[in-house]
Design a protein around this ligand. Structure first.
Ligand code: URA
Length: 210
C-alpha cells in the first residue's frame, strides 16, 4: 500500500474552506467536487493508455487514448457519492460501480450491504471514493471485496486521512496493489472516531442531514 499526499496550494486552499465549520452545504459540495477533480488528476497519473493513430488537420500523427477495459470508479455510499461528479469529470468514459458499507454493531466490522459492479475486475484499474479515511475499517473491507473480484490495481481517493487509518491500511493491505491519494494526513482520531482537526461528518456536511 502506497500513500500519496497531494501537495498543492489550491488543494490546501479548498481543504481549509471545507474544514471551516461556517461553510454551508452547497459550498461544501462544490468545493469537495473541485477538490476531488484536483486529487483525481494526481490519482490518474498512471491510468493505462494505448497508442492510437490519428490525423490532425495538418498531418498524420500518433497519440494515446485510455485503454480497455475502461477504468471503474466505485463511490462508497453514502458520502463517497458526493465525490463521483468530480471524478468522472476527468474520466467521463469510466464505468461506475457502487459499494454500500455499514458497520456491524456486534462485530464492529464493516460489512457490505449493497454491491453493484462487474463480477470480474481483473485487468481493470479501480478508483474507490470515500471522503474520510478514519479507522480504515471501511476502506480495507471495500478494497478486499474489489481484490476478491480480481482487481489488481486499486487507487483510493480520500479528502482526508487519519494516521491511525493509514496504519491499519498499511498493515491489512501490506503488499496489495493499492495506492491512497489524499489531500492531507491529519493529526489523529478522537475518542468519537472523528479526524482531528478534520472537517466533521463529511456526509452530514455534504447533504445537510443528521
Ligand atoms: N467520518 C467522517 O465523516 N468524519 C470523520 O472525521 C471521521 C469519519
Amino acid at each position: 500500500m502506497r500513500i500519496h499526499v497531494v501537495d498543492h496550494p489550491l488543494v490546501a486552499h479548498k481543504l481549509t474552506t471545507l474544514r471551516d465549520k461556517r461553510t454551508d452545504s452547497p459550498t461544501f459540495r462544490r468545493l469537495s467536487d473541485e477538490l476531488v477533480t484536483l486529487l483525481a488528476y494526481e490519482a490518474t497519473r498512471d491510468v493505462r493508455t494505448e497508442q492510437v493513430d490519428i490525423e490532425s488537420p495538418v498531418c498524420a500523427t500518433t497519440g494515446v487514448k485510455l485503454s480497455h477495459p475502461r477504468p471503474l470508479v466505485v463511490p462508497i455510499l453514502r458520502a463517497g457519492l458526493g465525490m463521483l461528479d468530480g471524478m468522472v469529470r476527468l474520466l467521463p468514459t469510466a464505468e461506475v460501480g457502487f459499494l454500500g458499507m455499514i458497520r456491524n454493531e456486534e462485530t464492529l466490522k464493516a460489512e457490505t450491504y449493497a454491491t453493484r459492479m462487474p463480477d470480474d475486475l481483473s485487468g481493470r484499474q479501480v478508483y474507490v471514493l470515500d471522503p474520510m479515511l478514519a479507522t480504515g475499517g471501511t476502506l480495507v473491507a471495500a478494497i478486499n471485496e474489489l481484490i476478491e473480484r480480481g482487481a489488481d490495481d486499486v487507487t483510493a481517493i480520500t479528502l482526508l486521512a487519519a494516521p491511525e487509518g493509514v496504519e491499519v491500511m498499511q498493515r491489512d493491505l501490506a503488499g496489495a496493489p493499492v495506492t491512497v491519494v489524499t489531500a492531507s494526513v491529519d493529526e489523529r482520531l478522537n475518542e468519537a472516531g472523528y479526524i482531528v482537526p478534520g472537517l466533521g461528518d463529511a456526509g452530514d456536511r455534504m447533504y445537510g442531514t443528521a
